[in-house]
Structures are given as C-alpha cells and as structure tokens.
Ligand binder design. Structure first.
Ligand SMILES: [Zn+2]
Length: 74
C-alpha cells in the first residue's frame, strides 16, 4: 500500500492563519484577549513571512498581541 504524498504533506503542514492563505507558517503570534481570556492564557495564530505584519498589526491594534516567536513545524 502506498500513501498519497499530497495527503501526507497536507496532514503535516501548519498553514498560515491569514484568511485564504495556504503558505506554511514560519511565525507563531501568541495573543490574549483580556475580556474573554484569563491573563496567562495564550491563543496562537500562525503566520507566513508575508502575513506576519498584517496579523500582528491586527492583534497589536487591539492590544491583544503578547509575543511573536519563530514557528517550527513539529
Ligand atoms: Zn500567509
């Protein structure tokens, strides 16, 4: 039995969180919405190189962004 490489690859990928973007994520944006999350809680958005700026601006403008760190696919 052979595995379809396309399917294997899809299961392994961590795509960017930007709407409609299928690029592999290289950044993890850690954020927290103080209105709905406890202070130590972190939500994660993944971003490709292209969308790191727009996604972090979106979170930063709302005061949600806490940390940005390199993302390495597991
Ligand atoms: Zn992207």
């Amino acid at each position: 039995m052979q595995l379809d490489p396309q399917e294997v690859r899809q299961g392994d990928r961590d795509p960017c969180s930007a709407k409609g973007c299928q690029a592999d994520a290289v950044w993890a944006l850690l954020w927290n919405n103080p209105k709905i999350h406890t202070p130590e809680r972190r939500k994660t958005w993944l971003a490709c190189e292209e969308h790191r700026g727009s996604l972090s601006d979106f979170l930063g403008a709302r005061g949600f962004l806490r940390e940005v760190e390199p993302h390495r696919p597991s």
